[in-house]
Design a protein around this ligand. Structure first.
Ligand SMILES: [Zn+2]
Length: 235
């Protein structure tokens, strides 16, 4: 096989390896990102629970204020009862008193209900905090793993990049430029094997003349349809 073609195949394989590193890195970080997202969701939950709590607290305040007002009214009623002159007045005061007491009873039952809600919100907050803690513990573990995996990939990346630059340095620079031009659009399918007399990039059948050229391997041959560099895969 032509020396230049051999070098082109090698450099394209190295480029492919380098490009495969990115998805690998993304894959490694995926687990960590999903945990970070879970943590964020839980933190949002706590914020909304705190808001609920605040609104329950305001409701409680209102109940207590209402009870205080009703208490004052009861006092007022009992004072008036001492000065009552007619049966009719007494009856009216009795009705008013009964109404105030009913309202106090209702407010007290509201307080009990709201305190129950507050308790359950508190419980939810505690549970959510506990799950945040466990997520954070997972994050610490995953971060350790990710760091060591990324370190390995970085080393791998350096080795391959070194190999590539050594190879590119000794290559004919015109051929390198030619290859880079194709790579701009064909990416990792810039140098492709011919399979069943068809281009391995565009999959269109190549004519006998071009196929013979590729089989000889004396020259750098490109696909007449798409322009990718062609070769015959040995073995
Ligand atoms: Zn082609």
């Amino acid at each position: 096989m032509n020396k230049y073609l051999k070098e082109l195949i090698d450099v394209s394989l190295l480029d492919r390896e380098i490009d495969l590193m990115e998805p690998k890195i993304k894959q490694i970080k995926k687990g960590l990102n999903s945990k970070l997202y879970q943590q964020e969701v839980k933190e949002q939950e706590i914020l909304s629970l705190e808001e609920q709590k605040e609104s329950h607290r305001l409701q409680l305040l209102k109940c207590n204020e209402t009870i205080a007002t009703l208490g004052a009214r009861l006092e007022d009623i009992s004072k008036k009862m001492g000065e009552v002159k007619t049966e009719k007045e007494l009856k009216a005061l009795n009705i008013e008193e009964e109404l105030a007491r009913e309202q106090i009873t209702y407010q007290n039952s509201e307080i009990t209900r709201i305190e129950g809600l507050l308790n359950s919100v508190d419980e939810k907050i505690e549970q959510t905090k506990a799950s945040i803690q466990s997520i954070q513990a997972d994050i610490v573990e995953i971060e350790k793993e990710v760091a060591s995996e990324l370190e390995e990939i970085k080393k791998e990346q350096e080795v391959i990049s070194k190999k590539k630059s050594l190879l590119v340095d000794k290559m004919d620079q015109k051929i390198v430029v030619f290859y880079e031009k194709i790579r701009k659009w064909a990416k990792n399918t810039s140098v492709v094997p011919v399979y069943k007399q068809a281009c391995g990039g565009c999959f269109i059948k190549i004519n006998d003349r071009v196929y013979t050229e590729v089989l000889k391997g004396d020259d750098i041959t490109t696909c007449p349809h798409c322009g990718r560099i062609l070769y015959i895969q040995e073995d």
